[in-house]
Each structure stands twice: as structure tokens, then as C-alpha cells.
Design a protein around this ligand. Sequence first.
Ligand SMILES: [Zn+2]
Length: 556
Amino acid sequence: MIGIDVLLPGKVRPLGTKPGRESTPPKKKTPTFLLELPLAVEAGQAARLRAHLEAGRQFYNAVLSAGQRRLRQMRADPAWQAARAIPRTHMQERRAAFTALRERHGFSEYAFHELARELRVSWLADHLDAVLAQTLATRAYRALNRVCVGNARRVRFKSRGRGLSSLENKRNDTGMRFVLETQDKGRQQGFLLWHDDRLPALIDTDDPVVAHGLAHEIKYARLVRRHASSPRAQGADREGERYVVQLALCGVAYHKPKHSAGTDTIGLDLGPASIAIVPREAEARLEALCAELRPDARAIRRLQRRMERQRREANPEHYDEKGRPRKRGKGAPRWKQSRSYQASRRRKAARERRLAAHRKSLHGRLVHQIVRVGNTIITEKLSYEGWQKRYGRSVGLCAPGMLIAHMRRTVASTGGTLHEVPTRSTKLSQYCHGCGKFVHKPLSQRWHQCACGIGPVQRDLYSAFLAAYLDPAADFIPSCAQYVVPWEGAEARLRAAHEQVIQRANEGQVLPRSMGIPRAGARLPQSRSEATQELLFLSSRGKVEAWKRRPEPPAL
Ligand SMILES: [Zn+2]
């Protein structure tokens, strides 16, 4: 399932940030947070839920297909090219042209609701209430609109095998809804009501998160189906699926007392596999992102290779004598899936789910560590596309974009702000505050050292330092004067942060190469006297190897 914030942009808009581009919001928006409760579903109920979700899937596909036709017609309209030809400087005219086009071809959320009303007939109407049909139509519209405005290339239809994994309402008084009942001894019982089914939710009232959530007004409920690792997993039904209800609640999420927010301002520099954290006052840090995930990723890779072997084994006709896959034509034989292949695929899927959950918890931990120091955060806006091209694997594994999204939510819920500064205007990785010059560094150069006397300092830490002191009043444009005072105190802190990294490397932790630590024995230290000192110091602790890994700043 896609994260809630992707589906509901704007709903969790933090206080103190600019409202979106929409001019007059129809309703006053209130903050929303989610509470997830597992459902105890019996076999009969599960079968009915599956049927409803299948109806939802077919309905979604129908709306998506009809909508896609509308989108194609709209784009084929000569007026579309005419509207595109209007220069962007004539904003109002351009917008009016596109609005007229959308109206003519019925490409708007409202028009999709009309479409949903026409399509919700016969047996579909028995499964889906009118409001659920509307939310599905909205979902289809948003997917298509992303294609329309160029944020996505195509839409995906929901396949029969994967099905629809979630369905939500808009309100909590009709259709699918969640009710709370207080039973004797003051214990609360909650039920998801849908059609004639009453699905009891498992409520742990001792959990402060649950108690906090249930004390708030429910906006709407969402039913979510998740795959468990097997039918024997806890809470899973015959098909190996679990059901949970997500309640969208009015208010702000519970804050555990241990997760208090600090007051510092923090600069972040996020790399594909590393993060530099430089607060204005507290200690600076340079961390590897999600290093704990590497073993999981390796296990998945092994399973992938096994699946590849099993696929070849079962389908020799699809490969030529040299083992290369044959081109697939129209009359090509079908691919066969052996039982062992299917088992491997299930195992890989379970592994991947576990990896995703692990990553989420690591992200959460890091975010809370950062927010505890301060909740004003400045970072350069990421360019995912460029990153994915360059370092596909680390980006896929560490998901830095998800980390930022997580941070944005957490920071907002504590009343802080996350400033994302456009890289094009700041270019922090090229900037030197000593002389104010922008000099491009190649990726291999992990140090900032300038002829004006600044450095050497690890480049990610330096960028994060520059970000920490950017001034919102000056449009986040760096200037030499603003850094003179902070640099005096920061230089030592940045150095200390990098020394910690070296120490961890010495302890055997594998760190991304971007941190500026050459692999053991890669290079010898330049200055002998310094090396000896360090060697003596370390050998007293029995770490003679360490000096070999001493990072060297580049010679000018
Ligand atoms: Zn300089």
C-alpha cells in the first residue's frame, strides 16, 4: 500500500507552512493522524471481504480505463497543443485554456464522481456504497492526473492476482464505518461495520498510542489487507492475509514522552547511502544510512538468483543454446512456474516485506534522534531521478526520500519546520564560505579544501554545516559573512564527527566509500611523524591496523 501522505496531500499540512496552490479550500482543513488496529476476522467474514475488495478492484479498473480514454481524447484535441503553446509567462491564460479543456473532456475529480455514479450498477452496487465508489474514483483520478501533469508516465491497473489492498470511506456515519462501544468495567470495544458484518478490532487500552487515538474524533475508516508470510502466521487467514483498520482521526498524533523535540537548528546533507547531521550547537554526526539492512538485501539477492535458476530450469525453450533469453514473439510458449519457483517467490516477498518494515523502523529511530536535538531542519532538496540513475541500488535500499517524508511528518507534528532548499540556487556542495566561490567537486573528491585556507573537512559534513546556518530571510542564499562566526566553533565539531567515523571503521564497521575513508591499506599516510603518533596511541589499545586507514585530505 502507498503511504497515507501520498494519497492525501495537504491533509497533514503542518502549522506554519504555506498552504498549497489551491486558492479557496472548500472546507477548513484539520490535521489528521492515523491509528491502526488489527481486526479479528473469521473465515466467512474474510470471504465476504475478499469479494467486496474484488468488486472494488474491478470498479477501480473500470473507472481508470474510462478515465484513461478521456485523458487520451483530451491530449489528442488540437486545443491541447494550442494550450501548451501558450508561454508560461501568461499564466492565467494558460491555466484558463487547460481548465476549459478539462471541462470539455470531463477530466476532473467531480466529473469522475459522475462517472462513478454511472458505472456503479448491478452487482457492483451490492458490494460498494456510493461513497466508497467516490473515493475509488478520486483515487483513479489522482493516478491519471499524475500522468496528465507529467509526474508519472503511466497508470497501473490492479491485477487480479494482487487485488486491491485498501478501501476507504470519506465519512464515519454511513457505509463502512468504525464504532466504539463502552462495555461493562469501562473497557472499550471497537467494530468495523460494513454491510452486515461486524468485525471486532483488537484494542489494547493500556497502549497510550491507542488510548490517545481513540479519544479523538474519527473522520473515516480505511480497511487494509496485508499479506502475511504464510497462512500459519499469527492473525492470518486461510489465504495468508491479515486485515487491519486504519482510522483517520482528527487531531495530532500521540507523542511518546521519550520523543521530546529539541530547539536547535540542524543542517542535513543526505547522500544516497549516508547522512551528515550538523546542529548549530550540539554534536555533529556522520552516519551510514541503513547499514543494518545490508544482510537482508543480500539474502534477497540470493533468492533472486535462485529464482532465476529455477526459471531457466523450468523453461529451457525460452533460452538459446548459449543461455541467452530468446526474443519473445506473439506465438511464444507460456512461461512455466514450478512449485519450487513459487515457493522461492513467496519467500522473497516475505523477505522484502520484512526488509521494508525494518527500514521503516530504522528511519523512525534516526528521525527521532534528530528531532530530539532540534526541530528546525534545513536541507537541500533531493533530486531522486538523478540519484536513481547514478546509484540505483543504494537509493532503492536506503530510501532517502522516504526518510525525508518521515522527517517532514515528525517535525510538523512537533510544531517545527523542515526547509527544503532548492539545490540549484544554493549549490552547497560546491560552495566555499572563505572566498564565496563555487567550485565543482568530482564525486571522488570527498574533502573540501580551498586555497583560501578553509578545510580540509569532509564534504558532506561541510555541506550540512553550510545548510545549518542558511538564513530563510535571505532566501537561503549562502553568503561569506554569515559563516565567519559559526565556523570558529564548528570546525572542531566537524572534525570530531569525522574522527568518530574513523573509529567505527577501525572497529570493523563497513561504511560507504563516500565518507572519505579509504579501504584498509589503500594508501599510506603522507606525514610520517603524525602517523607514528597515532600508531603509538592506537597500539596501546591493540589497534595497530588503524593507522593504515587514516583518511587523507588531498594535497593541494
Ligand atoms: Zn575558499
